[in-house]
Design a protein around this ligand. Structure first.
Ligand code: ZN
Length: 83
C-alpha cells in the first residue's frame, strides 16, 4: 500500500471508479475544503481522489485510504521516504 502523496501536477481522474469517491468523506487540507465548499471547485484529497467536499461530511464514512495516509503521516514533518 503506497502512502505517497501525489504532487500537485499528477492528478488523475479514475474514470473506472467514477462516483466511488463521492460516497466517502475524504481528508484534505482544511483551507482547501473550506474554499471548495464556497466555490464548489473539486479538490484533491489525501488519497489522490478529486472530490467536492460535502457540506455534511458526517453522512459519509471516512475514506479508508485517506485515514491510512493521515495516520501514517510523519509527526515531525519529515519528507516522504516511501521511495
Ligand atoms: Zn480519500
Amino acid at each position: 500500500m503506497s502512502t505517497k502523496i501525489l504532487p500537485e501536477g499528477d492528478v488523475r481522474q479514475e474514470l473506472s471508479q467514477d462516483g466511488d469517491h463521492e460516497r466517502f468523506s475524504h481528508y484534505a487540507d482544511r483551507d482547501k475544503i473550506t474554499e471548495s465548499m464556497v466555490t464548489g471547485t473539486p479538490i484533491r484529497a489525501l488519497c489522490g481522489k478529486i472530490w467536492v467536499p460535502s457540506r455534511d461530511p458526517k453522512k459519509y464514512p471516512v475514506c479508508p485510504e485517506c485515514k491510512e495516509i493521515y495516520e501514517g503521516l510523519p509527526k515531525g514533518g519529515e519528507p516522504d521516504k516511501s521511495e
